[in-house]
Design a protein around this ligand. Structure first.
Ligand code: OSB
Ligand code: MG
Length: 367
């Protein structure tokens, strides 16, 4: 298949609820959608870079620059026999995984649609439904946090993740355990601590958390090795895992026992499948992270999370927690058991509402 055209849409949507991490609070989300055309079909992808460079050094503006200036020329007019060839074809461009992933994932959708197959099948997925968890941001008070947890448990979510930072950590976990007992519970620090906090983080040991996500710096491996020796809670890496090679090193060094996969962070579906397989071969469970995606990125995530080693509930939740309305119709929803159905239609298998994309678009470019 030859890729004939790439379109970029810079979109902004208000969030249903603000989302606060250790880097700050957001009330809306700015993101880039990618549409590709080839062989009479289209494919859609979503870049997870944010307006600011706080979770990752990429931003919506770097994604725009890198795709239009460097990725599009490597892709447009070029023939690919399989979407697994796209990521290696972008090798000249160093880093910029979120920009690469937006284009690569759109091309996976295009191929799956043109073969009239669900994306999960092309990726090697084995599940019809995926286990769903929620990520709950930092709130104005611990009482508000407890109310949020109660609401999400009542909705059926299989596990709760809370964001932590110095001053919003041990007591939050203690209060949740005291009120809700033995629920599936994990915490995400988004790199808010240093190795000097090891003693503090060891205070989480008695609470039987499923994991602590990215306690230390975004580019660190070896301090996590040292930390894991001093705490019982399994360390899970998110920000540190930029490539399959870094994952190999982190596993070898015992920096983590679990890995969070976000296709945007590692360069798309092909790299994610390789990372998934590497973890499976080393007995490292994985789960699917989230970046507050619209229904387009969310649908991609659901297909990827249908692979067998995604054995812990992910941060892929119902559309209505994020955007109302979502860019797809019907929106993504969970059932009473806290699972989400993997769409069975061609490609990402969701109906994209183009009028809603148009309304959310602040800039558009055709390449
Ligand atoms: O670290 O997992 C993270 C959102 C934005 C940036 C980073 C992270 C997150 C989340 C939200 O935790 C997950 C979601 O609900 O999409
Ligand atoms: Mg995280």
């Amino acid at each position: 298949m030859t890729i004939e055209k790439i379109e970029l849409f810079l979109c902004r949507l208000p969030l249903v609820h603000f989302f606060e991490t250790s880097f700050g609070r957001s009330y809306d989300r700015t993101f880039v959608l990618v549409r590709v055309e080839g062989g009479g079909h289209e494919g859609w992808g979503e870049c997870v870079a944010e307006a600011n460079p706080y979770y990752s050094s990429e931003t919506t503006e770097t994604v725009w620059h890198i795709i239009s200036g460097f990725i599009a020329p490597l892709v447009i007019g070029r023939r690919f026999d399989h979407p697994r060839e796209v990521y290696p074809a972008l090798r000249r461009v160093r880093g910029h995984n979120m920009a690469k992933a937006g284009v690569e994932m759109a091309i996976w959708d295009l191929f799956a649609r043109s073969h009239d197959q669900p994306l999960s099948k092309m990726l090697g997925g084995t599940r019809q439904r995926i286990a769903s968890g929620v990520s709950i941001g930092i709130q104005d008070s611990l009482d508000q946090l407890l109310e949020k947890v109660a609401k999400e448990l009542a909705a059926g979510y299989q596990r709760i993740k809370i964001k932590i930072k110095p001053g919003w950590d041990i007591e939050a976990v203690e209060r949740i355990r005291a009120r809700f007992g033995n629920i599936g519970l994990q915490v995400d620090a988004n790199a808010a601590y240093t190795l000097a906090d090891a003693e503090l983080l060891a205070k989480l040991d008695p609470y039987q958390l499923l994991l602590i996500e990215q306690p230390l710096d975004y580019d660190d491996v070896m301090d996590h090795v040292a930390l894991q020796k001093r705490i019982e809670t399994p360390v899970c890496l998110d920000e540190s895992i930029h490539t399959v090679r870094i994952a190999r090193d982190a596993i070898e060094a015992k920096a983590c026992q679990i890995i969070n996969i976000k296709p945007g962070r590692v360069g798309g579906h092909q790299a994610s499948v390789e990372l998934h397989d590497l973890c499976a071969a080393n007995g490292i469970p994985v789960w699917h992270g989230g970046m507050l995606e619209s229904g387009i990125g969310r649908a991609h995530n659901i297909h990827l999370a249908s692979l067998p080693n995604f054995s812990l509930p992910g941060d892929i939740a119902a559309s209505k927690r994020y955007y109302e309305p979502d860019l797809i119709d019907p929106p993504i929803d969970i059932d009473a058991a806290g699972t989400i159905e993997v769409p069975t239609g061609p490609g990402i298998g969701v109906n994209i509402v183009k009028e809603r994309i148009e309304k959310a678009t602040v800039r558009h470019l055709t390449l």
